[in-house]
Design a binder for this molecule. Structure first.
Ligand code: SF4
Ligand code: SF4
Length: 135
């Protein structure tokens, strides 16, 4: 998997799929917070700034979608990319979420990805906002 991830380096072409409501485990949520806490002052300021952006993405015809709090609505990209949850990491690498521009040549095989999701679903998962509310 690490090998295929290199195809995504510097690419933001599936960023439009970063809508709000991404579920993650408590460990992943803690990982995001640890990443932010360990970041330098400038990075923390940027993350804080991005988190306060209006996350409404207009799709035209009065249709809009709310994007993830960590999606930079101005420059694109994910400001917690190294700590992003599994669902974000799988985008482009599993059969049901293929790379939209075919840059990732090999997806994780169906059987393996189903097994991965089955184990993952055994953990409690909530959105970033829900974990925050629980604190
Ligand atoms: S999955 Fe495809 S579109 Fe998304 S970041 Fe990787 S190469 Fe880019
Ligand atoms: S955590 Fe990052 S990669 Fe995942 S949905 Fe949010 S902005 Fe996108």
């Amino acid at each position: 998997m690490a090998e295929t991830l290199t195809h995504c380096d510097g690419c933001d072409l599936c960023g439009l799929r970063c809508s709000s409501g991404v579920p993650c485990t408590l460990e992943e949520w803690d990982g995001v917070k640890d990443f932010i806490n360990a970041a330098d002052e400038l990075t923390r300021a940027k993350i804080s700034c991005v988190a306060r952006q209006d996350k409404t993405l207009s799709l035209g015809d009065d249709v809009s979608v709310q994007m993830c709090r960590y999606r930079d609505m101005e420059s694109g990209g994910c400001v917690v990319y190294p700590a992003r949850p599994l669902i974000c990491r799988l985008l482009g690498h599993v059969p049901w979420m293929p790379c939209p521009v075919d840059k990732v040549p090999h997806t994780i095989p169906v059987e393996k990805s189903v097994e991965l999701m089955r184990s993952y679903s055994e953990f409690e998962r909530n959105t970033f906002e829900q974990w925050e509310e629980k604190e």
